[in-house]
Design a protein around this ligand. Structure first.
Ligand code: AMP
Ligand code: ZN
Length: 478
């Protein structure tokens, strides 16, 4: 049987090593993952942390019991990008009403997208606007502790003051950079009211018509929180009660949770700043014990992002023929994402999706008509080794695996093999035909094409725009 730590090892960005995972309280394993800013459709890069941490959530539930894991993924619904989008899309509405429209619609779309990708609902999805009081309480505490200060209607956190007043943690410990190095790398705006360029905003004043709440720390007028304090306050609200107690807690060590996750781009400054705020406010040396970060999803070696203009949304992939000339089922997108280790970059291509589709088709044929068995220990060891999906998929592919074991292994990572669709069968033939073409066995490849055509399915050969490799898509003829 598994030991107290259940054999789980996770790579910790804090220590840059794989560590044995031992929860602070096995009756309530606690994980926080930074969620979306809801102003626009999520792209498939945004889906990566959602899928990766969904797999970890499922594994933790399997190991500790469904009732003993709390997973929080927040919704950032106050942000300048949201304000800008609301003003652009609804110029005739009062800004606050326009913002509500944008955040409601975007959040509804996001929930539908990630459900289609096979992700479970997290235990809690707090919205920033519901936790303003917690943010203000933390901000007051940070000002009292003299690591934050008020200037021209803003409250600013000072990393220099933190490092002068607090022995551990040091600001910069997660990013592993000195203050000088961080300053060189950060896009900090040099505002007149800042004591130091590194200082970051906890609270800022709102103009007339902008969303705003009565300000903390003796500031007159309405204001709104900075991005980093949102996650400190929401993790406090959902993960430190009733086990810790947030600001009311008399035992600082209770104000630590187990796992904090997000994309690698969040290490600095977002997570560094979350740690600074939470550790100073609670007097702890850590905010979370393990920090996990997924690598980027890339297109032709560049991060997929809105600013690069090289993105495709989850919704487009699922519901339109934008990518590779066809729609892609959610399970195919999910498996394609999981075929690469979560810390490695993924190159997103039609070829990768086609490969995932043919694997799924193969497994579905094998598992047809069976019911899931127990999850085999070898699968748990693979997943428990910092989510080693290469080994996990190798095990799923082994020829002598029982169909019932295959079904159980698929379901542990959130893949449903139970439906058998036309697409899925066709994908199997397409993969076989591509293999024949690679072997230059044209006669057999053509025979498969003609046989499918006789059944009303037309294959179309094309090229992956990213890699130039052959890809085959198909259409059901009417
Ligand atoms: P954003 O909306 O940019 O704040 O991103 C939301 C989440 O998606 C964060 O955890 C990001 O780190 C993550 N993310 C954004 N772009 C990518 C990408 N291309 N690949 C992987 N993760 C990403
Ligand atoms: Zn965050």
């Amino acid at each position: 049987m598994v030991e107290a730590n259940k054999g789980l090892r996770l790579y910790n960005t804090l220590t840059r090593t794989k560590e044995d995972f031992a929860p602070i309280n096995p009756a309530n394993v606690r994980m926080y993952v930074c969620g979306p800013t809801v102003y626009d459709f999520a792209h498939i890069g945004n889906a990566r942390p959602v899928i990766v941490f969904d797999v970890l959530f499922r594994l933790l539930r399997h190991l500790y019991g469904d009732e003993h894991v709390t997973y929080v993924r927040n919704i950032t619904d106050v942000d300048d990008k949201i304000n800008a989008r609301a003003a652009r899309d609804f110029p005739d509405l009062p800004l606050n009403e326009a913002i509500r429209k944008v955040t409601e619609a975007t959040n509804t779309q996001f929930q539908a997208d990630v459900k289609a990708l096979g992700c479970l609902d997290p235990s809690f999805q707090p919205r920033a606007t519901e936790h303003i009081d917690g943010m203000k309480a933390m901000i007051e505490r940070l000002v009292d502790l003299d690591v934050a200060y008020v200037a021209e209607g803003h409250v600013l956190f000072s990393p220099k003051r933190m490092n002068a007043r607090v022995k551990s943690p040091r600001y910069g410990a997660l990013a592993k950079r000195s203050l000088d190095e961080m300053l060189a790398g950060a896009r900090v705006d040099v505002a007149s009211y800042k004591e130091d360029e590194m200082d970051f905003v906890l609270w800022k004043p709102s103009k007339e018509g902008e969303p705003g709440w009565p300000s903390p720390a003796g500031i007159d007028g309405l204001g709104r929180p900075g991005w980093h304090i949102e996650c400190s306050a929401m993790s406090m609200a959902k993960l430190l009660e009733p086990f810790g107690g947030g600001l009311k807690c008399d035992d600082p060590q209770k104000n630590v949770f187990d796992i904090h996750g997000g994309g690698i781009d969040l290490v600095f400054p977002h997570h560094e700043n979350e740690i600074a705020q939470s550790c100073c406010a609670f007097g702890t040396e850590r905010m979370a014990n393990i920090w996990m970060h997924n690598g980027f999803l890339q297109v032709e070696g560049r991060k997929m992002s809105k600013s690069e203009g090289n993105f495709v949304t989850i919704n487009e992939l699922l519901n339109t023929e934008t990518f590779g000339g066809r729609k892609w089922p959610g399970e195919v997108l999910r498996l394609a994402m999981l075929m690469t280790h979560y810390r490695e970059p993924i190159d997103f291509s039609v070829r990768k999706l086609a490969e995932a589709e043919s694997l799924l088709a193969k497994w579905r044929r094998k598992a047809a008509g069976t019911t899931p068995g127990a999850v085999d220990g070898t699968f748990l060891s693979a997943l428990g080794d910092d989510l080693d999906m290469a080994e996990y998929l190798r095990l799923m592919n082994s020829g002598d695996l029982q169909p019932s074991t295959l079904l159980a292994a698929a379901s542990l990572i959130g893949l449903d093999l139970s439906e058998l669709e036309t697409d899925v069968d066709v994908a199997g033939f397409v993969a076989r035909r591509l293999a024949l073409i690679a072997e230059k066995n044209w006669a057999e490849a053509d025979r498969i094409r003609d046989e499918l055509l006789a059944q009303g399915i037309q294959l179309k050969d094309g090229k992956d725009p990213a890699t130039g490799e052959r890809v085959t898509t198909w259409e059901v003829m009417r």
